[in-house]
Design a protein around this ligand. Structure first.
Ligand code: ATP
Ligand code: MG
Length: 270
């Protein structure tokens, strides 16, 4: 049994195959409860060949004394995992920007021959959870995404069309002029929890998209592949990112199992 592991800041992602003919299976554990992942690995695959990547790779490795372990650089693993997942897509772009919205966000240029990191942003999935918690007291990822679905950003965020009231704006009116910029302009004193969470989602999604679109322009590509667990079960964030990417003239691509790209890349290296 071979096992690829991406031990990130928030989640430990595992990709593994029982037999060569089987399909890849996936599971994740919170990095904060690393012992659960260790127990699962020791129970499930005490003799497995393991490849680990991610910021917590060294820490996880120190708990796995029984396995034969190698490590792989996070960005190499992620990019090779993404190339592997793209093989299943007919209209896959050759060259693209790869945006990994994990705890933080990392942005890369990728084509079949090379990849390099363009930059990143501290605004990512960790921001989504942290800001949501500070504003509403809700800090559970699934509760955040469930509640945010019913939110309305109108009374929190300021759109370009709000500012250009009654006039034709020089850029699309649907672009956000100021995330949370309507809070002190709109007369209301209280906001619904759902509205605040939807606006946090907007802030994260639009920041990540804006950085990615600028990166794509800089490298002359028009496709952006978005991965990272921030998108898991999170249709709202996917919609914000897809819509905003389109509005800015590029195309957003999401991959099934995209959040496991790093784990898949580690698995491929075995
Ligand atoms: P990094 O790559 O920055 O070190 P990571 O690899 O751990 O971090 P991901 O697993 O890609 O990052 O994404 C983590 C984010 O995914 C969280 O910040 C949160 O927004 C979201 N998320 C999705 N599922 C969960 C979950 N079950 N528990 C906590 N956060 C989750
Ligand atoms: Mg990661």
């Amino acid at each position: 049994l071979k096992m690829g592991i991406d031990a990130g800041g928030t989640l430990i992602k595992i990709a593994y195959k029982e037999e060569a003919s089987a399909s890849l299976e996936f599971i994740n554990f919170p990095s904060a409860r690393m012992q659960e992942a260790v127990s699962w690995i020791m129970q499930h695959a005490p003799k497995a060949k393991v490849s680990i990547t991610g910021g917590k790779a060294a820490l996880l490795q120190s708990y796995l004394s029984q396995n034969e372990i190698s490590t792989i650089v996070e960005f190499d693993a992620t990019c090779s995992g993404v190339q592997y997942l793209l093989r299943d897509i007919k209209t896959a772009p050759e060259a693209f920007v790869l945006t990994n919205c994990g705890t933080g966000t990392s942005i890369h240029y990728t084509d079949p021959n090379k990849h390099y990191r363009l930059g990143g942003s501290g605004v990512g999935g960790g921001t989504l959870i942290g800001l949501s918690y500070l504003l509403t007291g809700i800090g559970d990822f699934n509760e955040i995404i469930h509640t945010a679905k019913n939110g309305n950003r109108e009374r929190v965020d300021l759109k370009v069309s709000h500012i250009y009231e009654g006039a034709v704006p020089p850029i699309p009116g649907d672009l956000t002029a100021s995330n949370f910029g309507n809070v002190r302009l709109d007369g209301s004193n209280t906001r619904e929890v759902a509205d605040l969470l939807a606006s946090v989602m907007g802030l994260v999604g639009e920041t990540v998209t804006t950085a990615s679109v600028l990166a794509a322009g800089q490298c002359g590509v028009s496709s952006i592949v978005y991965i990272g667990s921030s998108f898991v079960g999170n249709g709202l964030l996917q919609d914000i990112v897809t819509g905003y990417t389109k509005l800015r003239g590029a195309e957003a691509v999401f991959l099934d199992h995209g959040p496991f790209s790093g784990a898949i890349g580690a698995w491929l290296s075995l």
